[in-house]
Design a binder for this molecule. Structure first.
Ligand code: NAI
Length: 329
């Protein structure tokens, strides 16, 4: 059997963690032949609750789960890890401005970036789920100068999956018939879910639907505001779907994307599509042999261009704010 993969999960006692850990333990991340060692990070007050989660993980008697370690010290928990799912973050409290949020999370993600830099394995891959995810990833990578920036990514796969679900409902077809959906920009209300390259089989979805009013007034706002709709319905934020998307993101990065399709990942921009180099922005990506690549040469219409630019300018503002706060080194 193969060598176990060491996977760190932060915020492990939280809502997403409660779903994510069991999916990882059952083999959904790396397949049915790869054992995993879990390294779980929490803040000290949440460690007793995390111990309860660990009891349940052990009680799952998962054949692929080799060990579970917990702690509140990122340097210890991240030592030797091959993958880090950075889920834990400071939520926006009452009266907190965006700047306060960036400041609280800047402290968390700069410390975690440094700890990864000091002790993670050579092949480390990072997925940031905790919000503001794109900018948290930028902060972490800026504090990890010895790790290639490309190893730090942020989650827009949930938005991607939500967009696929909306298209499947509109077209009365299963999600598996759809391909080439793209989320561009920030994981925020400014994100741009782009259907202009998307297809059902080999048919263009924008030709099949051809309804700009639906696109602008229904589809895009439904995808962008889905998180709020789930809070309103469920009384708490999306957790199982966020965990599932986090699994999808890392699994496809490591094991590869299907032929003829791509996924959405927020990755450090190389300047593709005019997106400012260095910011962590969502792109269409393929992956093969453990490396992702931004899909080149897509044509963008004026509508798409304007939407992408708007989301990118929000990311530039976030970068400016965390630069001023001193988190980018
Ligand atoms: P939660 O509040 O249930 O759990 C977060 C956990 O993180 C808590 O247990 C907390 O103690 C822990 N934590 C806080 N600071 C930490 C630190 N410095 N180190 C380690 N752990 C720490 O929240 P939930 O629902 O699990 O969501 C987690 C994050 O994921 C939130 O930031 C949320 O906004 C974000 N999210 C992102 C999505 C995306 O698509 N990118 C989708 C859904 C949620």
């Amino acid at each position: 059997s193969s060598t176990p993969i060491k996977v760190a999960v932060t915020g492990a006692a939280g809502q997403i963690g409660y779903s994510l850990l069991f999916r990882i333990a059952s083999g959904d991340l790396f397949g049915p032949h790869t054992p995993v060692e879990l390294r779980l990070l929490e803040i000290a007050p949440a460690l007793p609750a995390l111990e309860g989660v660990v009891m349940e993980l052990l009680d799952g008697a998962f054949p692929l789960l080799d060990s579970v370690q917990i702690g509140d010290n990122p340097e210890k928990v991240f030592d030797g890890v091959n993958a880090a799912l950075l889920v834990g973050a400071r939520p926006r409290g009452p009266g907190m401005e965006r700047r306060d949020l960036l400041e609280a999370n800047g402290a968390i993600f700069s410390a975690q970036g440094k700890a990864l830099n000091n002790g993670a394995a050579e092949d480390l891959r990072v997925v940031v789920t905790g919000n503001p995810a794109n900018t948290n990833a930028l902060i972490a990578l800026s504090n990890a100068p010895d790790i290639p920036a490309s190893r730090f990514t942020a989650l827009t796969r949930l938005d991607h999956n939500r967009a696929l679900a909306q298209l499947a409902a509109k077209l009365h077809c299963p999600v598996r018939e759809l391909n080439r959906m793209t989320i561009w920009g920030n994981h925020s209300a400014s994100q741009y879910p782009d259907i202009f390259s998307a297809r059902r089989g080999e048919q263009s979805i924008s030709d099949l639907i051809d309804d700009q009013h639906w696109l602008e007034q229904e589809f895009i706002p439904t995808v962008a505001n889905r998180g709020a709709a789930i809070i309103a319905a469920r009384g708490s934020s999306s957790a199982a779907s966020a965990a599932s998307a986090t699994i999808d993101h890392l699994r496809d990065w490591v094991l590869g994307t299907p032929n003829q399709d791509w996924v959405s990942m927020a990755v450090p921009s190389d300047g593709s599509y005019g997106v400012a180099e260095g910011i962590v922005s969502s792109f269409p990506c393929t992956a093969q042999d453990g490396e992702y690549r931004i899909v080149p040469d897509l044509e963008l219409n004026d509508f798409s261009r304007a939407r992408i630019d708007a989301s990118v300018s929000e990311l530039l503002e976030e970068r400016e704010a965390v630069t001023q706060l001193g988190f980018l080194g």
